[in-house]
Ligand binder design. Structure first.
Ligand code: OAD
Length: 245
């Protein structure tokens, strides 16, 4: 892919970067996305699986779906897109990764300066005591899993209709307002509040770059839109930035 020289200079000169990722960044690791042709929401109804109401109505069904997804994720490895995002964290003096992904692959690739604003699929929360812990068993021994106190455990992820973690949101908004460059990778840009992050960056005079296989609502407000697979575009882009191409 041939990159605009202004884009390469921008990436070489900025000091403060926020990267926002969605499920598309993990697609090449074999983790299904939510929207699009093979997306999970084509096959399943979000309101039956990803809301608090759905969970309390049928915890077994919701947990079976999460158990299936945990099984897929347990076999997945970070792909070249995750690797470059981890490299970028070390390169930029001010860096934050905001991910909507619950798969933990960014952390596995080495990112530490990150907020998982939709939670993490390996964490569970007791619905009575509200305490959280990691539960790595896959497949789960018994479904639905229970806390030692006897109450239900739920996945510690954000479901539709639930508030995002306040600390993570504040960190994300604060850093986006201060950054010079925001890069979105593999997100459809339709789920709020993340959908509004590119606009927030623009209103604070940051440049916006989008990497996606398709056009999204972010495309038209992006300064640069790079169409292609994240696992291919990001390594090529980074080679151009670091003079390795
Ligand atoms: P989506 O499934 O909505 O969007 C995935 C995006 O990735 C799409 O725009 C695809 O075009 C793009 N894409 C697919 N493969 C790609 C690849 N190899 N390289 C680059 N782009 C690729 O996923 P999210 O935007 O993450 O929330 O969705 C946001 C939230 O909606 C999720 O966190 C989840 C979902 O419902 C909850 O469950 C609460």
């Amino acid at each position: 892919m041939k990159f605009d020289s202004t884009l390469i200079e921008l990436l070489q000169n900025v000091k403060s970067v926020v990267i926002v990722t969605g499920s598309g960044v993990s697609a090449e690791s074999g983790v299904p996305t939510f929207r699009g042709a093979d997306g999970l929401w084509k096959q399943y109804r979000a309101e039956e699986l990803a809301t608090p109401g759905a969970f309390f109505a049928n915890p077994k069904l919701v947990w079976e779906w999460y158990d299936w997804r945990r099984g897929i994720i347990s076999k997945a490895e970070p792909n070249p897109a995750h690797e470059i995002v981890a490299t970028m964290e070390k390169y930029y003096p001010a860096f934050l990764l905001v991910t909507q992904n619950v798969d933990g692959l960014h952390r596995k690739a080495g990112n530490e300066k990150m907020v998982e604003i939709h939670g993490n699929i390996w964490r569970v929360r007791c619905v009575e005591e509200l305490k959280e812990s990691y539960l790595y068993d896959t497949p789960l021994g018994s479904i639905p899993p229970k806390c030692d106190c006897g109450a239900l455990l739920r996945p510690a992820v954000i479901w539709f209709g639930e508030q995002l973690p306040v600390d993570a949101m504040n960190t994300a908004m604060e850093r986006i307002q201060k950054c010079e460059l925001l890069v979105t990778v593999g997100t459809s840009g339709v789920v709020h509040p993340v959908a509004s992050f590119p606009l927030l960056a623009k209103s604070s005079s940051a440049a916006v770059v989008e990497i996606n296989v398709d056009e999204t609502p972010i495309t038209s407000i992006s300064d640069f839109s790079l169409k292609g697979k994240a696992g291919e575009v990001l390594p090529e882009l980074w080679n151009a930035v670091t003079g390795k191409d």
